[in-house]
Every structure is written in C-alpha cells, then in structure tokens.
Design a protein around this ligand. Structure first.
Ligand code: PLP
Length: 403
C-alpha cells in the first residue's frame, strides 16, 4: 500500500532501482494520481497528458462510469475460471460484436496475448492443409511475446532473441504487388495494423487495405487487423477498419478496451472461431468479471457521451493546428491524423522535444525516432488541446532555431 505521506519521486526511484527489473527507460517522475487529461506526481506537480496511458486511457484517467462499474463489481465477483459462464463476459462479447462485424470474442489481458490468439487461430485454421505462414508488415508492431515479436517486422526488436518462430514473412507497408508475390500454398493469413502506431502513425495508401482484402479473398487467407491501438474509438469510428470500410476476418483489441483496466480480446466470425477448438487455447484471467464490467462501461460511456464524434472533432482541431505549425516550423515534415491518433513527423530526432515538453509539464511521446505521437483522451477539452499544442509548438520552434 502507498505510504502516508507518499514517497517522493526520488524515494520511489530508489525502490525501483533495488527491486524492479530495469527493462524500461522511465522518466524520473513518480505519478501518483490522475483525473481526466491531467496526472499529478508525488510532489503535487500537475501534467497535461496527451499520451494518456500509452493509448489505454482513451476516456482519460479514472473515467467515472468505469470506476463506478468496477467498484460495484469488486464486492460481487472478481474472477472465476473460464470453465464457468458469467453473464458479464457474455454481455461484453455481445457489446463488442454489435459494434463490429457480428462475431464472437476470445478474451485475454493484453495486446500481445490477443495477437497470440490470432496467430494460433490462423495456424489451426490452416493446419488441415498444412498452411501456416503469416504475412506481416515492415514497421509494424504486434507485442512482446515471442510470436508477436516475430510478427513485428522490425529487426531492432529481434536482436538477441533468435531463433525466432518460423512462418512469418515480411512485406513492405503499402506495396500490394510485393504482398501478392509473397503468397504461396503455405500462406494462411495477412496480419496488419490498419494504421501503424508504434511505426510512426503511418496511414496506408488509399486502396491498400481494400487490396489486401481482395488478395485474402482470392487466396482464401484470413485478414487479421491488429486494432490494439486503433480500436475502441481512437480513430473516430469504433474500429479503425470502419474508417475505410474493409472488414477483417479477425480483429485484435486491447489498450483502451477497458477504459484503463487490463483487458484484451480477439474477435472473429463464428465459422472461423470453430478452429480454436476447446483445449487449444486459453487465458486464465481472460474476460474476468472486473475487466468485463469495465469493458461494457467503456463502450457505454463512448456512446452516451457521443465520444466518437468528439474524437473526430478533436482530430480536426489537432490537424488544423499542426498543419499551421508545419507552415511556421520547418522541422515538421508531415502531419498524420485519424481522430485522436496523431503523428507529426520531424526532420530530426524527436526525443529532445519529449523531454522539453515534460519540463513544461506536458506528456507526449516520440516513436520511430522522429515521429511525435499524441494519443490524447477523447474527453480532452478544446482548451486543453490548445494548451498542449501551444507548449508543443513553442518547443518545436525553439528547437528549429538551434538546428
Ligand atoms: C498495434 C499494437 N499491437 C500490439 C501491442 C502490444 O500490446 P500489449 O503491450 O498490451 O501487449 C501494441 C502495444 O503498443 C500495439 O500498439
């Protein structure tokens, strides 16, 4: 339990130095509390968060309907094994199905687990015909377990981990002809993020996802969309695939799915779902009652508060401001926005901008070396958006002067 008064950031960092595996690069700040788009550190400093929970806090920190739903569930039922039925898991699956392509859900706790489920489903689906190869895309990101790491076609994530899993084939992002050439008699699936997140908020060229759908149909492949980052309203539609009208056979979700509580899901059609036969896959905590009520409350809140529309409006605001900033500051090469998934590609390393913003109590991210990535909450106000963009703009203009 936290102490009272709480430890300072420096004291907490000492605890980590001694007891926590140092596999993350962390900012030297201990966060203690969050509300909406603000977080506070142990010293009481307030930060405006435009990278809410690495995309998990799409509704802001501690959204009241999710907190209330979880509180109500806590004294009733936390977790029972998946050898039993629970109404809440069934209702959660129903709610996701109704907003997507009418399929069925397998529940887990994270994005990488959702992708592992999709990979195993694809292999089982192809096993009778000895088809197992999965095509993924350069610059993509699918998670940190070994299967998802192998699916992630970025050599920097593979260093020292070999031998990796067999059966993954990498294609250039956006190149349909190259994908077509990689398909052979052993291919079973194509796995792609409808917008690459970690890869730099890269939006596929027009017609690319449609072309993949056609290739999948022509060659009897499963089209799997990793919507871990684009899903649950981030793009201004429930799911990223709905922004282009290309429906996948399998979709993976996590991050925002439970409004800040751990959760994940893989959705597929009832026919394809049959390939994941009983005994072939499982997740002990998957679809637990707390995650389920948080997941339902998340979807309800988005609907009740018309937040898909809000995400689109915020996207327009960010695009307009960043386009203007691009005119004024030649460090910005490109601006890419879909709802509250926002990237500004710089001509230089973006890490110093992240540090400079942190000094001014603004939380942002840089990915792929040069792309400033913002994943703000859908509940961000216009004033907060302008406040953050004013700071970011000033930081980038100052950096431009010293280049
Ligand atoms: C598109 C995508 N897939 C999968 C993952 C992995 O999710 P997790 O860290 O929950 O395993 C991420 C995480 O950033 C992601 O962005």
């Amino acid at each position: 339990m936290p102490t009272n008064p709480p430890l300072s950031s420096a004291e907490t960092i000492k605890l980590f130095d001694r007891y926590v595996v140092p596999n993350y690069n962390r900012f030297p700040v201990s966060l203690a509390r969050g509300e909406g788009s603000y977080v506070w550190d142990s010293e009481g400093n307030r930060y405006l968060d435009l990278f809410c929970g690495w995309g998990c806090n799409l509704l802001g920190h501690c959204p009241a309907p999710v907190v209330e739903a979880v509180r109500a569930q806590l004294g009733t039922l936390l977790h029972v094994p998946n050898t039993w039925f629970t109404e809440v898991q069934g209702r959660w699956a129903e709610a996701l199905s109704a907003r997507s392509f009418g399929g069925q859900a397998f529940f887990c706790n994270s994005g990488t687990e959702a992708n592992e489920a999709a990979i195993k489903l694809a292999r089982l689906h192809g096993s009778a015909k000895k088809r197992y190869k999965i095509i993924t895309f350069e610059g993509g990101f699918h998670g940190r377990t070994l299967g998802s790491t192998t699916a992630t076609a970025q050599p920097k994530y593979h260093e020292g981990l070999g031998p990796l899993m067999a059966g993954f084939v990498y294609a250039p992002f956006g190149d349909l002809e190259a994908v077509a050439k990689l398909i052979d008699g052993e291919t079973i699936a194509i796995l792609i993020e409808p917008i690459q997140g970690e890869g730099g908020v890269r939006i596929p060229p027009a017609g690319f996802l449609e072309g993949l759908r056609k290739l999948a149909d022509d060659h009897d492949l499963l089209l799997i969309f990793d919507e871990v980052q684009t899903g649950c309203g981030r793009t201004g539609e429930w799911f990223g695939y709905q922004t282009v009208g290309v429906t996948p056979d399998v979709m993976t979700l996590s991050k925002a799915i439970c409004g800040g509580i751990a959760g994940g899901a893989m959705l597929t059609t009832p026919e394809i779902a049959k390939s994941l036969r009983p005994g072939m896959h499982a997740c002990t905590f998957g679809g637990n009652a707390v995650a389920a009520v948080a997941g339902i409350a998340t979807l309800d809140m988005i609907e009740r508060e018309n937040l898909l529309q809000r995400a689109k409006k915020l996207g327009d605001l960010f695009r307009a401001r960043l386009d203007t900033l691009k005119q004024e500051c030649d460090l910005i090469r490109d601006v890419r926005v879909r709802g509250v998934m926002i990237g500004a590609e710089l001509s230089i390393d973006g890490a110093p901008a992240v540090r400079a913003c942190l000094e001014q109590k603004l939380l942002i991210n840089c990915t792929h070396g040069t792309v400033i990535r913002l994943l703000p909450a859908m509940t961000l106000t216009d004033e907060q958006a302008h406040e953050g963009l004013d700071i970011l703009g000033a930081v980038l203009k100052k950096m431009a002067q010293s280049v």
